[in-house]
Design a protein around this ligand. Structure first.
Ligand code: DER
Length: 233
């Protein structure tokens, strides 16, 4: 099964099993979630499902609008029934690395306001230990004026390398939907106590949020190469 078809499989399974009429749904960001919104739109039409959606990025908002799904926000609906989102890596404890698409801040906020966070991914995202195979680095959203001293502090405290994420179709750094920069932290020690690391990172002035989603996900659905869906709870 191709990666795209594996994503589609996982996305459809998650939407079919976790979305009910009347649900308030957090819509994640990235490429896998596109299939989840497509499946959600099919079900809304076929089953006349009543749902409202909260986006986690400009991309997610455009997806919701494109599929004519009812849009809402956290000011109106403060507690959501389910958040469906992708991940860059999922370890055996359902801890995640997210932020590959640079949307981690609103994703973590919306996930934290949802009764459950359901992860959808293709088979390449499933690993034993956090950071096992994810070589692109742990994304950290930072206030632009502080990215250099923050890089130094993290490097001194935990080692590794911190790259300021540069844009491709725009000169200069990636600027997130919230006006911040992203540092990608690579070559860190993979045997870290990630909960402790996360807490320490968040204590550094200027760090807004990290791509470490520790103890947040309820379930993960992986589209597998053989056409099956692996469910990790
Ligand atoms: O940026 C993000 O956090 C995305 O959700 C990312 O983790 C997954 O993106 P993908 O579905 O395109 O792999």
């Amino acid at each position: 099964l191709s990666l795209e078809n594996a994503k589609k499989l996982a996305a459809s399974k998650a939407v079919d099993l976790h979305v009910n009429c009347g649900d308030l749904i957090g819509i994640g960001s990235g490429s896998t979630v596109v299939y989840a919104v497509e499946r959600l739109s099919e079900r809304v039409k076929a089953d006349n499902l009543r749902v409202k959606c909260v986006p986690t990025s400009f991309q997610a908002r455009q997806l919701i609008v494109k599929h004519n799904l009812p849009l809402t926000d956290l000011e109106i609906d403060r507690e959501l029934d389910v958040c469906i989102d992708g991940a860059d890596e999922v370890d055996c404890n359902l801890n995640l690395i997210k932020g590959g698409g640079g949307c981690l801040l609103q994703e973590k906020i919306v996930a934290s306001c949802s009764k459950k966070l359901i992860i959808i991914a293709d088979y390449s995202k499933n690993s034993k230990k956090l950071g096992d195979q994810y070589k692109k680095g742990i994304p950290i959203e930072v206030v632009p004026m502080a990215y250099a001293p923050i890089s130094n502090k993290i490097q001194k405290a935990f080692g590794g390398v911190l790259d300021l994420r540069m844009a491709v179709k725009k000169a200069g750094p990636v600027v997130t939907d919230n006006g911040n920069f992203i540092l990608d932290w690579r070559e860190y020690n993979q045997d870290s106590d990630w909960d402790k690391v996360n807490t320490t990172l968040l204590s550094i002035p200027g760090v807004v949020e990290t791509g470490l989603f520790i103890n947040m996900a309820s379930k993960a659905y992986f589209g597998m190469e053989d056409g099956s869906v692996k469910i990790q709870a």
